[in-house]
Design a protein around this ligand. Structure first.
Ligand code: GUN
Ligand code: FE
Length: 488
């Protein structure tokens, strides 16, 4: 692949390489990367690396390559509800809209039809790695895993465990039934053939819906199961909504939500926790200590009126963070939209903190009450963190959507950025005005002073205005599996 490449590096930096050459081997792994080649003589540049037989993909003007997007939290069985229910809060939304919709997946033909459509849509939106929740149904979730495998996406697929505080029509009847269905799904997914790179592309994931929906004995059994399979990931929800937090602490007679998962051995390096809007700093420390990751789902946090996760503070506490669409708590399956909402949420937190500080300082000037100064101190202290109460910039947003997501999935050695030996999971993006997206005015950017700053602007424009129309190829493990130019 020859052309402009965006390569995430750290939470605060990425490389914009206008004349890059990436070599991918026949197994879909990256062989080498030449960051700056003479693109007037590519055959010579390639020969320099000792490669004889190859197919060259040369990018057209207005195109660039970046790592594929990682969605660390999505409910495949909630797509039929997209854009419905945003007037409610979490617990009422679950009983009014979500449980009825998920219960339909008992019907395998329905599941097959919906899941085929879901996986195609998720791929078309540029998600190369995806953490899916299915319904409680074993067989329907096996179908979801089959479809993901056939379409070639990298993914985690889990069957929801729920036997507590659920309606009669949508509940697992016993702990034994819930555990044996979970084990069946794990074994089934583990039986899939390996990728050309001799590794699984689809992974099973243990999926207790959230603490409220699992009795303590079910959580205990799931913890034992997880302990016996240390490499299997775990996904669940945490501290999304204030009423949910109150109910959870009451039902479990606990004082820490994260502490409940920890007590049941469900908080570890490969646990993916969605939301975390109302986590305390003590909980953030525990999560960081266990090495678990957080899926930031800002679209959903706004839509279901949950609040704004303190992503900067989580990063300062050393928690791994990725992004999640959380369909259908989130109304948009694209991680680009999650990036935009993550930016808005961080700006709102930054503005709020700044104005609180200004108000404190102003009031302090006109008063001699010493507690005011303590409050100013408090705000100043928070400002001292590297990320807390600060706007998340383009580099950070890009990181969360790629490398951060990879870390949350414990796939940081395989995906998230371009390095020799990693899988080539990538997007070929077009910011040309012919994409059909009315926000693209590529010629405008031709005035940029350097090719590098032009490429940086292409990236920002794609992240904030881009959509499926700007994604020409979606590539997983070196194979094109979707995008505008894809033909099945
Ligand atoms: N908490 C428990 N279940 C769900 C769900 O389906 N969506 C969201 N957003 N939060 C949950
Ligand atoms: Fe969710």
């Amino acid at each position: 692949y020859a052309g402009p490449v965006i390569n995430p590096q750290s939470l605060t930096s990425y490389l914009a390489l206008p004349r890059c050459l990436i070599a991918v081997d026949s197994n879909g792994n990256i062989l080498w990367i030449d960051p700056d080649v003479d693109n007037t003589n590519l055959p010579l540049a390639i020969a320099h690396h000792g490669v004889q037989a190859y197919t060259l993909v040369q990018l057209k003007p207005g195109e660039f390559i970046m790592p594929g997007l990682v969605d660390t939290h999505i409910h495949a069985c909630q797509f039929p509800n997209l854009g419905v229910g945003g007037d409610l809060q979490l617990l009422d939304w679950l009983t009014t809209y979500t449980f009825p919709a998920e219960s339909k997946f008992k019907d395998l033909d329905y599941a097959e039809r919906v899941y085929t459509d879901v996986v195609e849509r998720v791929i078309a939106s540029g998600t190369t790695t995806c953490c899916y929740y299915g319904s409680i149904h074993r067989d329907a979730t096996m179908r979801l895993a089959d479809i993901v495998r056939k379409k070639g996406q990298r993914a985690f697929v889990g069957k929801c465990n729920m036997n507590w505080h659920c309606p009669d029509y949508y509940v697992e009847k016993s702990v034994e039934e819930s555990i044996s269905a979970t084990v069946d799904l794990i074994r089934y997914v583990q039986s899939f053939p390996l990728s050309p790179a001799q590794e699984p592309l689809v992974h099973p994931v243990i999926t207790p819906r959230f603490a409220i929906s699992c009795t303590p004995d079910l959580l205990a059994e799931l913890g034992d199961l997880a302990e016996s399979m240390p490499q299997i990931a775990i996904q669940t929800h945490i501290s999304e909504n204030q009423k949910e937090v109150d109910d959870t602490l009451r039902f479990f007679n606990a004082d820490s939500y994260a502490g409940i998962y920890d007590k049941f051995k469900l908080l570890r390096h490969n646990t993916i926790l969605a939301h975390g809007v109302w986590l305390t700093e003590k909980e953030m420390d525990l999560i960081a200590e266990r090495g678990a990751g957080l899926s930031h789902c800002p679209t959903s946090n706004f839509y279901l009126n949950s609040g704004m996760a303190r992503v900067g503070l989580l990063l300062d506490h050393g928690v791994k963070v990725g992004l999640g669409s959380d369909v259908s708590g989130g109304y948009n399956p694209s991680i680009l939209h999650a990036i935009q909402m993550a930016s808005v949420a961080s700006k709102m937190l930054a503005i709020q903190s700044e104005s609180k500080k200004c108000n404190c300082e102003r009031e302090h000037e006109h008063s001699d009450i010493s507690s005011d100064s303590a409050e100013v101190e408090q705000h100043l202290k928070h400002k001292e963190g590297r990320f807390a109460n600060k706007r998340l910039g383009v580099a950070t947003l890009l990181y969360l959507a790629t490398k951060g997501g990879a870390e949350v999935c414990c796939l940081q050695d395989r995906i998230g950025s371009f390095e020799p030996g990693k899988a080539f999971d990538a997007l070929l993006v077009s910011v040309r005005s012919e994409s059909g997206n009315p926000a693209m005015w590529s010629f405008d950017l031709e005035r940029e002073p350097s090719p590098e700053s032009k490429l940086q602007q292409w990236l920002e424009r794609f992240l904030f205005c881009g959509d499926n129309r700007n994604i020409n190829k979606v590539i997983v493990q070196g194979t094109v599996i979707g995008g505008q130019e894809y033909q099945a």
